[in-house]
Design a binder for this molecule. Structure first.
Ligand SMILES: O=C(CO)[C@@H](O)[C@@H](O)COP(=O)(O)O
Length: 259
């Protein structure tokens, strides 16, 4: 944590957005124990706060939980606000130890509005082997557009985890990456979308793990993966749950549209 800035330096509409985001991020942290994605304090959720009406920028802020605080204490007031260089903007406690990773993702992937990190059991077991989860379920094609990739081993404390996340996801349609020997990080158009990806990556990691113990996995043809993913982007649900679009997704959709 470096210099402390003040939220008073930001216009009222940003301060209001921070207050709303505190509520969202505090509420979403309760989803991690609810879906059994964490033990003790081993997980965190953040959401971007855009400071310009023109869209996301490196001047944005993020709201994240304080480090090492149990989830029963994570009220909106307990949340911490930082800029994308990790500077504390508002908060009485130290931000999550993964703040630098979250901030790096927001800085380098402007379409990302939410980031989640857990140590969920099955996804982390795949990370311990440095093995990507192959795309053998239609739900994986829907949600992740392919396999769940592995990111490099990286020590916590600087932006190396964030760099590993961005380098891995920039070449993938997946909204989840398994950082080797560490665990899953997920991204989304907002924090709720990233929490959904965290729930789904643990579900598919468990299913594929169990299936592989019982026999050989059957791959899904790439053309079918592409069709399932494109459908999920355009048809599933009420039209408001389409996952965050990466450059690859946008290109795939463009190809699909003009095929
Ligand atoms: O993975 C790690 C530490 O290795 C962290 O994500 C985990 O302990 C949660 O830390 P925070 O309580 O968010 O600082």
């Amino acid at each position: 944590m470096t210099e402390t800035l003040s939220l008073a330096a930001y216009p009222p509409e940003v301060r209001d957005a921070v207050a709303r985001t505190r509520e969202v991020v505090a509420t979403l942290h309760a989803e991690l124990p609810r879906w059994e994605l964490i033990v003790w304090t081993a997980g965190n959720v953040s959401q971007r706060v855009q400071v310009s009406p023109d869209g996301p920028s490196e001047a944005d802020l993020l709201v994240i939980k304080p480090s090492g605080v149990t989830y029963d204490q994570l009220t909106p007031e307990a949340m911490v606000v930082c800029d994308l260089d990790g500077n504390l903007v508002e908060g009485t406690r130290s931000p999550s130890s993964d703040t630098a990773a979250h901030a790096y993702v927001y800085k380098h992937l402007p379409h990302v509005g939410g980031v989640v990190h857990t140590h969920s059991t099955y996804a982390t077991a795949w990370a311990a082997r440095g093995e990507e989860v192959p795309c053998v379920l239609t739900m994986m094609a829907d949600e992740f557009g392919g396999p769940i990739p592995i990111g490099p081993f990286a020590l916590i404390g600087d932006d190396s985890i964030g760099r590993g996340i961005v380098d891995t996801l920039s070449g993938s349609r997946s909204r989840a990456v398994l950082m080797q020997n560490h665990g899953p990080f997920t991204i989304g158009r907002d924090a709720k979308d990233a929490v959904k990806a965290a729930v789904m990556v643990e579900e598919v990691a468990r299913t594929v793990h169990i299936s592989r113990q019982l026999g050989d996995l059957i791959p899904i043809a790439q053309s079918d993966i592409d069709a399932l993913y494109a459908r999920y982007q355009n048809v599933y649900g009420q039209g408001d749950s389409a996952p965050v679009q990466t450059d690859d997704t946008a290109a795939a959709l463009d190809e699909e549209t003009h095929a």
